[in-house]
Design a protein. Sequence first.
Length: 172
Amino acid sequence: MEVGNFDALLSAAKSGRLAMINGFTSMIAQSKKTMALWHERIDLFDATEQDLIRRHVPRSGAFRESELNRYRRDRERLVVKRQFGRIGEEVLMGSHCTDQEWTDWLGWPASEPEQWIVQERFDNLPIVVDGETIYGCFGPYVVDGKFAGLYNRFARDGFIAFNALVGAVVGT
């Protein structure tokens, strides 16, 4: 990702003139390429960390043009995500399209493969609220290393995207 005014932003952040919710170091965790690295270089982690990654992080890898035939064949099982996509805006779900749509859609990441990852699809667990089944995505807020609240997004169809219902719970 290229930021045209990076030096000015960095200078403002260092001087305290730029208020940020997430510091620049959080970009590492926000990048979906980090998830791909965890799987592609699992040897960098100890046995406990490897087990944690394998159990809780969907299998992810860099998008590779050489794998297009496999991606087409495994459409139902795959999700293609932009490295710095926002809240589902740049997520291609093979299970939500036809074979032809998937083939067409794969042209986008194939045109800039270094910006995309491929991930094994997983099903969100349903939550029943007031008799209605919804699917959630949860993210904690941490301030000074302590839990400060919970951000959440919900959808009725399991695809939690930019148009999901949003809420926040502030902790104490």
